[in-house]
Design a protein around this ligand. Structure first.
Ligand code: PHE
Length: 487
């Protein structure tokens, strides 16, 4: 960055890059939102928490709690025109800047484990499409071997299976895209991947609905079971909604900083939320008919649908049942879909620290993208070995014997809701709600006297911080003590 840019803010801003327009921004932000959270986590959470009951709570969280937070987050970013740290400190002083740093750190930790799981999906994509994975007999045993096959680069087989390699390639793809900048890298990649993602999703749903016993899966997914309604269902819904919308850590603040002033934030946010929710909903509609098809084939009443086993053990088994050709096609497409969803999210996660280093330290985007990606990859190594290789990380004594991947993912979930709550307090107490409204009026002349304005005022000042604060505390208690022990 030439020195003259520093003293000329206009020129400096222009050099940060921006989205070409509304479609580019919406697809990119939706790309961040749509990820492993939608395709892998949402269906099994819904399945475990009473299907439609969970869906209902989730929708409530999205539109009542997350919508205002997302509008707030993007308007802070666009108003300040800087990274998460820069935005908070520009509008609120250095102390608030720490909230931005907290978000950046959260993003780094999310990416550290997210990339490992994305690497698994990438490995499965290659193995199903071009290898013999579907010939396996025991997919559970295969998964265990697979996630623990990390450093064996000595034989061609070890090389082809190495998670280390899958994960580093995935991170390299992320770095490559981020290094190319906003329009040519991030926006361009999302504009290609997101429409393909929708297309694949629809194709697999149509196919899965034609399978035997598919309707039993649809019923299980969509018919509410009120008995499943517990306080934990509300937590799960809220955590999932925050994670799924990429809220509370500065991703959307950073993306918002590249948004032009004439863009309408509230309506873009509505489209982004809908896009994300629809993919989560559709993912359930894709997965449950498949799972019930398997139950029918194996003549069993239940197959595991919780956590990693769902997509890495149960689904491959289903693709296996489809026969060699169809299985390879549908399975390959499914994992391609997961890879696209994950990549559009890893890009947004890497962009958060990269924007910070570019804006604050005036470093070159290209170098910083590669260096940060490498660092985060190294941070992910404990996640990789936590699946059995290192027993201490596989069963954390202080965390109810859960593994390090679960621990780090849970801590990040908590940081997001806490970050969202503090952001509402920031807008209310420091930046002031009238400044947010002024920002929102730009690109949206009708906003001034709208109902939405009243709603957002009320939501950001009272409803969101109070509910997010209470729920965050309850989630923390639940994670470390267990809510059942207290109530
Ligand atoms: N929203 C992404 C998903 O659902 C994950 C993510 C979280 C991305 C936070 C960016 C920031 O998978």
């Amino acid at each position: 960055m030439p020195a003259s840019n520093d003293s000329n803010p206009k020129l400096y801003m222009a050099n940060r890059g921006n989205f070409s327009g509304r479609i580019g921004f919406i697809l990119t932000a939706a790309g961040s939102a749509v990820g492993l959270g939608n395709i892998w986590k949402f269906p099994y959470l819904a399945g475990q928490n009473g299907g439609a009951v969970f869906l209902f709570i989730y929708l409530f969280c999205i539109f009542v709690l997350c919508y205002p937070v997302m509008v707030g987050e993007i308007s802070i970013g666009r108003n300040a025109g800087l990274d998460a740290y820069g935005s908070y400190s520009k509008l609120g002083g250095k102390r608030w800047g720490y909230l931005g740093l907290f978000g950046i750190l959260t993003g780094i930790f999310i990416l550290s484990f997210y990339n490992v799981v994305a690497g698994w999906a990438f490995g499965y994509f290659l193995h199903i499409s071009f290898g013999d994975l579907l010939l396996e007999k025991d997919f559970g045993a295969f998964f265990n071997l697979f996630v623990n096959d990390i450093f064996d680069l000595t034989s061609p087989e070890g090389f082809a299976n190495s998670n280390f390699l899958f994960s580093i390639v995935f991170m390299a793809m992320t770095a490559f895209i981020v290094a190319r900048g906003i329009q040519k890298g991030i926006e361009a990649a999302n504009k290609i991947m997101m429409p393909i993602l929708y297309l694949i999703l629809i194709c697999i749903i149509v196919y899965s609905l034609t399978l035997p016993n598919a309707m039993s899966g649809v019923r299980f997914y969509l018919i509410p079971d009120i008995n499943e309604l517990k306080i934990q269902t509300v937590f799960e819904g809220l955590k999932q909604a925050f994670f799924s919308l990429s809220l509370g850590m500065g991703t959307l603040m950073t993306y918002g900083s590249y948004l032009k002033k004439n863009e309408n934030i509230p309506s873009s946010v509505a489209v982004i939320s809908l896009a994300d929710t629809s993919v989560a909903f559709l993912a359930g509609l894709m997965v449950f008919p498949l799972v019930h098809f398997l139950q029918f084939k194996l003549q069993v009443t239940e197959v595991a649908t919780a956590g990693p086993p769902l997509i890495f053990i149960v689904l491959p088994q289903i693709f296996h049942e489809m026969g060699p050709l169809l299985g390879r096609l549908v399975g390959g497409l499914f994992f391609l879909l997961v890879c696209f969803a994950a990549l559009t999210s890893t890009i947004s996660l890497l962009e958060v620290p990269v924007a910070y280093l570019v804006d604050q330290k005036k470093l070159s985007r290209r170098n910083v993208s590669w260096a940060t990606a490498l660092l985060i990859f190294v941070l992910g190594l404990p996640v990789m070995v936590s699946q059995g290789m290192v027993p201490a990380l596989n069963k954390l004594a202080f965390y109810k014997g859960q593994d390090y991947l679960v621990f780090i993912a849970d801590m990040c979930d908590i940081s997001l809701t806490v970050g969202g709550c503090l952001m509402c307090i920031f807008i209310t107490r420091r930046w002031k709600i009238k400044n947010m409204h002024e920002e929102l009026e730009q690109g949206n002349p009708g906003y001034k006297n709208s109902f939405l304005k009243k709603y957002l005022t009320y939501a950001i000042q009272y409803v969101c911080p109070v509910l997010l604060g209470i729920l965050s505390i309850l989630i923390i208690i639940d994670k470390f003590v267990g809510i059942g022990e207290i109530f």
